[in-house]
Write a protein that binds this ligand. Structure first.
Ligand SMILES: C[S@@+](CC[C@H](N)C(=O)[O-])C[C@H]1O[C@@H](n2cnc3c(N)ncnc32)[C@H](O)[C@@H]1O
Length: 386
């Protein structure tokens, strides 16, 4: 297969990409660019330029398309995984353009990076050259191919498989390649396997640690660890701070309470992992105000935890009735609101505009639509409160 690297030198590529980036940023359409610049593989170059414009997570001038970027591992996640999976030799199954492999190369002596897509592996090799990485062996082929597996001499296997972009229900069966087959084949060379799975996945039919990664307070990834990599049944890790809660930690009873002085929104990774009881033990005196798709704790004390996503001062609450809500908001001189809770996503802007059109104050609030409507003031990021 002919790639852009067979046609253009690196200098030529960088010059063309810079021109394309400027044209796109100036609003020139892809069709017009193609008419003006009669270049070989122009569609691919435009796509790379678009990906570079979109990207705010890959620092170097690397090669990737918009679709590679969509599934690329953020550097902060790649580095954390590499630290946890540090070993002598690791295989990165389905390496795409190489971002996870590059992080492994910093921690492991040898990395095998395997990819089915010829274009992606060409990009991965070029990206490794750009970064000056020398300890990766790139293999173009199917990760389920026994001839490829036989060649690997590894302590750990990592796989970030393909997920269908839109699915109503995530299951092991729709992931590519077939995870059960992959485990069957690779467990012959090592039991130490780590697989990234969609956090929404309903059931995982094998013995593993489920580690939910939260990046800057938002649920980001689910990694499952098998063999000696497993250190608990379930865990949550915050990035970049690397705080950990696991099912092995002490757990405290969940006491329900009405709203107190403060409300705390628990990191979605804790709710997803079902580790609320363990979190409660690490806090001062919180009780549970609301448990549903998200969890709100309440306390008269200021809580500080890397597992609290947002903190609020409780102001008041009322029944879910438009005129009553407006009366409450006017009392506190509200001018703008954010809505949370049981709201139909499609109705969000209609409801927000309807409410905001009836208030003229200067204060900003958050309204939680729960059993009642709860008015709060968002506090600055509590993970940074002293
Ligand atoms: C989600 S992407 C991996 C992203 C990568 N970890 C990164 O950080 O950029 C999954 C990759 O697996 C590859 N893939 C899927 N099935 C494969 C197979 N049977 N053999 C080799 N690669 C495969 C896809 O082509 C795709 O590039």
């Amino acid at each position: 297969m002919k790639t852009i690297f067979d046609i253009y030198s690196m200098d030529e590529l960088e010059t063309v990409l810079e021109q394309l980036i400027n044209l796109i940023k100036n609003g020139i359409s892809a069709d017009l660019i193609k008419k003006k610049m009669k270049l070989e593989m122009i569609d691919e170059l435009i796509d790379i330029a678009k990906a570079r414009i979109k990207n705010n997570k890959i620092s170097e001038k690397l090669f990737y398309t918009t679709s590679d970027l969509r599934f690329a591992t953020p550097e902060i996640v790649a580095d954390y995984r590499a630290k946890r999976l540090k070993c002598n030799a690791i295989a990165d199954l389905g390496c795409s353009v190489g971002l996870q492999s590059f992080a492994f190369a910093k921690k492991c002596k040898k990395v095998y990076a395997i990819e089915l897509d010829e274009k992606k592996i060409a990009y991965a090799k070029k990206n490794a050259d750009i970064l000056g990485i020398k300890n990766i062996e790139f293999i173009h082929g199917d990760i389920l191919d026994k001839k490829i597996i036989e060649k690997l001499d590894v302590d750990v296997v990592f796989c970030d498989p393909e997920r269908l972009p839109a699915e109503t229900e995530r299951t092991i069966e729709t992931i590519q390649p077939n995870i059960k087959k992959l485990m069957e084949l690779y467990s012959k060379i090592t039991k130490n396997i780590c697989i990234e799975l969609p956090p929404q996945i309903k059931s995982i039919p094998f013995d593993c640690e489920k580690e939910y990664l939260s990046v800057d307070g938002a649920l980001n990834r689910l990694d499952v660890y098998l063999g000696s990599l497993k250190t608990s049944e379930i865990s949550v890790v915050t990035l970049p701070t690397e705080n950990i809660i696991t099912d092995r930690m002490p757990s405290c009873d969940v006491n329900k309470s009405g709203a107190k002085k403060f409300l705390y929104e628990v990191d979605a990774a804790i709710t997803k992992a079902g580790l609320l009881k363990q979190l409660l033990c690490s806090l001062k005196a919180p009780e549970v105000f609301y448990e549903g798709k998200f969890t709100l704790l309440t306390s008269d004390k200021k809580e500080k935890s890397p597992f609290i996503r947002n903190s609020y001062e409780y102001i008041n609450s009322c029944i879910d009735d438009h005129l009553t809500i407006i009366k409450m908001l006017r009392k506190y001189d509200a001018g703008s609101i954010q809505l949370r809770g049981k709201i139909d996503e499609k109705q969000y802007w209609r409801l927000k505009n309807k409410i905001e059109n009836s208030i003229t104050g200067k204060n900003e609030f958050v309204l939680f639509f729960l059993e009642n409507v709860v008015l709060c003031k968002k506090l600055r990021d509590d993970r940074k409160i002293n």
